[in-house]
Design a protein around this ligand. Structure first.
Ligand code: ATP
Length: 589
C-alpha cells in the first residue's frame, strides 16, 4: 500500500466511511487524530526513553521481568529463526525486556523494536503494545494497520499481562520487521502470545501466593496439571485474594454487573467449599476432580496446598530470594540478613539503622516482599501532610507501613504518629500493618537526649537492624560487580574495571555509601569509551570538593601535610589527594 492510499484510508475512517480494517484499528486511528492530535502525514521516528528512565521502569518491573523471563525464553525459542523479536513492555508502554536476533540489532533498534522504546499509543500511534494497553485485549496490528507511516512495514502482535489483582501489569509483544502480506499469517503468533501470557500470569500467581491455597481450573482434564487455563489464590476462609486473567473472565460470567471478584468467597462461583479443596489435590485422578460453576458449566479443578505459612520456599543457600540481592560474602551482612529473614514473618516492629545511602530502604522493601502476596507498602515521611497520615496508615493495613526518618518529626508529629500507631492496636492481628522504620541518626541517643519520645521509640524499634557503612563492608567487590551488571546491561560490549580502578574505589571513604558508589559506577560506565574502565575514567568523589574557597593546599596545611588525614577529611582515597596535589603543583611529579 502506498503512503498516499494509507493517508486516504485514515481520512475515510475518520469521515465515518467503512474501511476494511478490524474495528479496534479504526477506533485507534480516531483516537490518534482526535485525542492525541497526531497527523498521519507527519511520521515520527521511534521514541526511546533515556537510560535513567529506562532503569526506573525496569526497577519497577523487576519482579515481573524475573518471573516472566523463563516464559519469554521458551517463547523466543519457539519463534527463533523466524525473525520475530520479542518485547516485554510495562503498563506505560516502555520496553523493559527484549529478545531479538543480534544480527538485526541495528535495524530493530531503528524500528523501535528495542529496550527503552516507548510504544504508548499517544506517542507511537496505533501499534501492538499501545493499542493492547488501551483495549486491554490481545491484538495484531499488521503493517498498514499502524497509524504512523514509519511503522507500516512492521507486524506486531501483543497480549496484556495482568497482575493477580486484575490490573494491567505489562504487555508481551512479538513483532516482525517484515512479514507476509495477509494479516491471517499472524494468527499463530496471536495464539502463541496469548498462551505465553497465560503461563506468565500463572507463574506470577504461584510465586506470589506460595503461602496460600491455589485452585487451578481447566475445561479439559488433559491439560489441567500441566498447563491449566486459569487459577485463583484463596485465603484460609476461601476468599479470593488473587487471580489470573483467565479466571477473571470465567468468574465474571457468574456474577451480575461489576461485583468485585477479589474478596469474594469461592462458593459464590463454584459449587465448592474451602474444606473440600484437599479433595482436589493431585493424588486423585483428574476425572474425579470435576467441579461446577454456578451457571452449570463443568470444569476440572486442581488444588495446591499452601507451601509454607506465608513464607517463600528456601533458596539453595538458605537465604530467602528477596534478601539475596542485598549482600555478598560479608559475615556481618549475612548475619544481619539472616536475622531480617527470621523477623520478616513476625509482627515485631523493626528499626533499620545505618548511615545515609547504606541501603536501608532496600532492606525494608526486601522484608516486605519476602512475605509474598500483593500487600500494600506505604511510606510515611514527615514531609507527607499530617492530615493524610491516618489514611496512609489505613492504606497499609495487611501490609507494611514504612516510617522513613522518624527523627525528622517534631514534638507534635511524634505525638500524632504515636496516636495513629496505637489506634492500629484495635485492628485484628492479621490486618495490622507491620511497622518498619529507617533512620540515619542515633535514634536511641535522641531518646536519651530528650529529643525523641521514648514511648514512640519503643513502638517503632523492638529490634534494631544496623546496616554497616560501605567502608566497613567486606563484600565490596560483590557490590561493584552487581552494580556493573545492573548499569552495564545497555552497553553493547560488557565493561570491566581495571584492577587499578577497582583498588582506587575500594580505598575511597564513601561518605554517601551505596548511593555514592552506584552514582560513581553509573557515571564511569556512561563515560567509558573502551571496554575497560580505568583510573582516569573514574569521576572524583563529590565531597572531595573543598568547601568555602578552601584550597587543597589549605586542607593539606591544616592537616600538617599528612596525606592520609587530608584524604579522610575530604572523604577520598589518599592516592586521589596525591594525584591532585601533583596536578596542582603542590608536589613534584
Ligand atoms: N544491595 C544493593 N545493590 C545495589 N544497589 C543498592 C543496594 N542497596 C542499595 N542500593 C542502591 O543504593 C541507593 C541507596 O539505597 P537506599 O535508598 O535503600 O538507601 P538508604 O540508606 O535508605 O538511603 P537514605 O538514608 O539516604 O534514605 C539506591 O540507589 C539503591 O538502588
Amino acid at each position: 500500500m502506498s503512503d498516499l492510499s494509507h493517508l486516504r484510508e485514515i481520512d475515510s475512517a475518520l469521515a465515518g466511511r467503512s474501511v476494511d480494517r478490524d474495528a479496534l484499528v479504526a477506533q485507534s486511528w480516531r483516537r490518534c487524530v482526535e485525542q492525541y492530535g497526531m497527523d498521519p502525514a507527519k511520521p515520527s521516528p521511534a521514541h526511546i526513553v533515556t537510560e535513567a528512565r529506562l532503569r526506573e521502569h525496569r526497577e519497577q518491573s523487576e519482579r515481573l521481568i524475573a518471573i516472566a523471563r523463563s516464559g519469554l525464553e521458551a517463547l523466543f525459542r519457539q519463534i527463533a529463526g523466524q525473525k520475530y523479536v520479542l518485547l516485554l513492555a510495562d503498563a506505560k508502554g516502555v520496553t523493559v525486556d527484549y529478545f531479538g536476533d543480534p544480527k538485526f540489532e541495528d535495524e530493530l533498534r531503528q524500528a523501535g523494536l528495542y529496550l527503552g522504546s516507548d510504544w504508548s499509543e499517544n506517542l507511537a500511534g496505533t501499534c501492538g503494545v499501545g493499542s493492547c494497553i488501551v483495549t486491554k485485549e490481545a491484538v495484531t496490528i499488521h503493517q498498514s494497520d499502524h497509524f504512523d507511516l514509519t511503522h507500516t512495514p512492521l507486524s506486531c502482535t501483543a497480549a496484556p499481562i495482568f497482575d493477580t489483582g486484575g490490573n494491567l501489569a505489562a504487555v508481551l509483544d512479538i513483532s516482525l520487521l517484515r512479514s507476509p502480506q495477509p494479516k491471517i499469517s499472524q494468527s499463530l503468533a496471536l495464539n502463541l502470545v496469548k498462551a505465553s501470557v497465560r503461563r506468565v500470569e500463572m507463574a506470577n500467581l504461584m510465586a506470589i501466593n506460595r503461602g496460600d491455597w491455589v485452585l487451578r481450573f481447566s475445561t479439559s482434564p488433559e491439560f489441567l496439571d500441566v498447563d491449566p487455563e486459569a487459577a485463583v489464590a484463596l485465603d484460609g476462609s476461601g476468599r479470593i485474594i488473587g487471580m489470573t486473567h483467565g479466571a477473571e473472565t470465567v468468574l465474571k460470567r457468574q456474577v451480575a454487573g461489576q461485583e468485585p471478584l477479589i474478596g469474594a468467597r469461592i462458593d459464590r462461583f463454584f459449587d465448592l467449599s474451602v474444606d473440600s479443596l484437599p479433595d482436589l489435590m493431585r493424588g486423585r485422578p483428574t476425572e474425579d476432580r470435576l467441579i461446577s460453576l454456578q451457571d452449570g458449566q463443568g470444569m476440572f479443578g486442581h488444588a495446591i496446598a499452601p507451601q509454607s505459612e506465608r513464607r517463600p520456599a528456601p533458596v539453595p543457600n538458605g537465604m530467602p530470594a528477596a534478601f539475596q540481592s542485598i549482600g555478598g560474602a560479608d559475615p556481618a551482612i549475612q548475619r544481619l540478613l539472616g536475622e531480617a529473614a527470621r523477623l520478616a514473618p513476625t509482627a515485631i516492629p523493626l528499626l533499620v539503622a545505618g548511615e545515609i545511602g547504606t541501603g536501608k530502604e532496600r532492606l525494608v522493601r526486601a522484608i516486605h516482599t519476602s512475605q509474598g502476596g500483593s500487600r500494600p507498602f506505604v511510606t510515611l515521611t514527615c514531609a507527607a501532610p499530617r492530615e493524610d497520615w491516618e489514611a496512609m496508615a489505613d492504606a497499609a493495613e495487611g501490609g507494611t507501613l514504612f516510617i522513613d526518618a522518624p527523627e525528622d518529626l517534631d514534638v507534635a508529629g511524634q505525638g500524632r504518629l504515636l496516636r495513629i500507631i496505637a489506634g492500629g492496636d484495635a485492628l485484628a492481628l492479621r490486618r495490622k500493618p507491620r511497622l518498619v522504620a529507617a533512620s540515619a541518626v542515633d535514634l536511641a541517643g535522641m531518646v536519651r537526649g530528650g529529643a525523641f519520645r521514648a514511648d514512640l521509640f519503643f513502638r517503632l524499634a523492638a529490634v534494631t537492624l544496623a546496616l554497616p557503612p560501605l567502608r566497613m563492608r567486606q563484600d565490596f567487590d560483590w557490590l561493584v560487580d552487581r552494580m556493573m551488571r545492573q548499569f552495564g546491561h545497555l552497553r553493547p560490549v560488557s565493561l570491566r574495571l581495571s584492577p587499578a580502578a577497582r583498588a582506587e574505589l575500594k580505598a575511597r571513604a564513601w561518605p554517601g555509601n551505596l548511593r555514592e558508589l552506584a552514582n560513581t559506577l553509573e557515571v564511569a560506565i556512561a563515560l567509558a569509551e573502551g571496554a575497560v574502565i580505568d583510573l582516569p575514567d573514574l569521576p572524583t568523589a563529590p565531597l572531595a570538593v573543598v568547601e568555602d574557597g578552601e584550597s587543597l593546599a589549605d586542607v593539606l596545611a591544616a592537616c600538617g601535610g599528612n596525606m592520609s588525614l587530608a584524604a579522610r577529611r575530604l572523604g577520598v582515597n589518599r592516592s586521589t589527594i596525591l594525584r591532585r596535589a601533583r596536578r596542582e603543583g603542590l608536589l613534584p611529579h
